[in-house]
Design a protein around this ligand. Structure first.
Ligand code: ZN
Length: 131
């Protein structure tokens, strides 16, 4: 298991992307809409990991709602697993609460699933199986 990416909730990609370009010394490797999650995402690659800047695309986007409650900042931590279905089965058996009991498709077309932060020390965890 490894950290695949950290998701950051931002109010606006057009104002946040230039900040991270200065910080990291390079531009994002991609920018795309993920309709399923109602976000637009800019991805900065950092070695084996990535930073994903997430902007909500509508009022009922989870990112827009997160920012209105808690402000901008770290939204979730994504862990890569070799077999997502197997990981979900095991974690549920171990008492963790799953938001997604079945994998769904995330940015970059990987299969992903989220866990309830109430069962993971307050941190929203995304599990993903790399395509
Ligand atoms: Zn993510």
């Amino acid at each position: 298991m490894k950290i695949h990416h950290v998701g950051l909730a931002v109010e606006s990609l057009s104002s946040s992307v230039p900040v991270f370009e200065k910080l990291l010394g390079k531009g994002p490797e991609s920018e795309e809409d993920v309709a399923d999650q109602k976000v637009r995402v800019a991805v900065f690659r950092l070695g084996e990991s990535r930073l994903e800047l997430l902007e909500g695309t509508c009022e009922d986007s989870p990112i827009t709602q997160f920012i209105s409650k808690r402000g901008q900042g770290i939204h979730h931590l994504a862990l890569a697993v070799p077999d997502l279905r197997e990981a979900l089965r095991k974690l549920e058996k171990d008492g963790l609460r799953l938001i997604d009991r079945e994998p769904r498709v995330g940015a970059g077309k990987e299969r992903i699933a989220f866990l309830y932060p109430a069962s993971t020390a307050g941190v929203l965890i995304e599990l993903m199986e790399e395509a």
